[in-house]
Unconditional design. Structure first.
Length: 95
């Protein structure tokens, strides 16, 4: 069941990536060139293909100008629980 949810979320992420491309009025070719990937790889990102490397997804987000937003979204210090437990960030290992 967990794999199904992850697949759906990856597909949603891909749809959001495509949405950003459309909102910005960019063609697939333009984004692929800016990201340094092929149009086929961009298609895989936009359809939520989990075989695409994390680096390629990051390159696409950078090409769309939303990589900083994505990085900020997962910053633990941008959440209440992360700020409450900020002392845990200095540990060498998570347990």
């Amino acid at each position: 069941m967990a794999a199904y949810r992850i697949d759906r979320q990856i597909e949603t992420l891909g749809a959001h990536v495509r949405g950003w491309r459309m909102v910005l009025g960019l063609t697939a070719q333009q984004v692929a060139e800016r990201a340094g990937i092929t149009r086929d790889t961009l298609r895989k990102v936009e359809t939520g293909d989990s075989s695409v490397s994390f680096g390629n997804v990051a390159q696409v987000l950078r090409a769309l100008g939303v990589l900083d937003q994505a990085v900020d979204a997962v910053d633990p210090l941008n959440s209440d629980i992360g700020r409450l437990r900020a002392d845990k960030l200095t540990k060498k290992r998570a347990r």
